[in-house]
Design a protein around this ligand. Structure first.
Ligand SMILES: Nc1ncnc2c1ncn2[C@@H]1O[C@H](COP(=O)(O)OP(=O)(O)OP(=O)(O)O)[C@@H](O)[C@H]1O
Length: 218
């Protein structure tokens, strides 16, 4: 479903020049659960942002679902992000002034994605947050906030979920819950690419790759 070839990324700011990724090649099949590990600063988030079309590589190609991301216009990349990818971040990225229902409906508000309200009710039931629908993020626990973020990612029925340390702020019980939801999505045919430092994710993954100073070492 996804193939990247010779991806490199340099950040140039003033006199400093950082090579965040150096000639990465990677192929990910549909319904894989791929973990990306590596020391802090090894390039994990940069790789995830590039895969999500949020950052352009300095060189190389990325083909996702037969689309060459680097050849898409900004508008087409936006549409790729909106329709095909669910993002889950460590810090949830919920909008504080919207309630849970409105946060989950956000893809509809922002991109016009056709979201059925019945699907929102089904998904909050599945994720165990249905009695929190009209609460604001500040009224939720960390685990509940991450379930809302997960619901917002899943509601568009994405072919790929990109998750950057999604359990980094969670206790063990909530970590296991979030991992189980991601696993259920993968077992139904979705593809998960997840950056993590933790070991708990290991048993859920179908494959783990490791970055070291911008290079793939496994
Ligand atoms: N916008 C930027 N401008 C300059 N340098 C950047 C930028 N974003 C990332 N970097 C640098 O690129 C390298 C890789 O960063 P990245 O965030 O991808 O690492 P990471 O493996 O995700 O780290 P962590 O585990 O700490 O989140 C680091 O040296 C970082 O300082």
């Amino acid at each position: 479903m996804l193939e990247i070839q010779n991806i490199s990324k340099q950040f140039n700011s003033g006199k400093s020049n950082v090579t965040a990724l150096n000639s990465i090649n990677l192929k990910v099949e549909t319904s894989e659960f791929l973990l990306i590990k590596g020391e802090s600063g090894s390039g994990k988030s940069t790789l995830l942002f590039i895969l999500g079309g949020m950052l352009q590589p300095s060189s190389g190609t990325i083909v996702v679902n037969d689309k060459d991301l680097c050849k898409l216009s900004e508008k087409e990349r936006g549409s790729y992000r909106a329709n095909e990818i669910g993002f889950v971040f460590q810090s949830y990225h919920l909008l504080p002034y919207l309630n849970v229902f409105e946060n989950i409906m956000l893809p509809n508000t922002l991109t016009g994605a056709q979201i059925n309200e019945a699907d929102v009710f089904r998904i909050v039931e599945e994720l165990g947050i249905k009695d929190r629908l009209y609460h604001k993020p500040s009224q939720l626990s960390a685990g509940e906030k991450q379930r809302v973020a997960l619901a917002r990612a899943l509601i568009i029925n994405p072919s790929l979920i990109l998750a950057d340390e999604p359990t980094g702020n969670l206790d063990e019980k909530n970590t296991i819950d979030v991992m189980n939801y991601l696993k259920a999505y993968q077992e139904k045919g979705g593809t998960v690419i997840m950056v993590t430092h933790g070991h708990l994710a290991d048993t859920y993954a179908t494959r783990t790759i490791r970055l070291d100073k911008g290079q793939l070492i496994t």
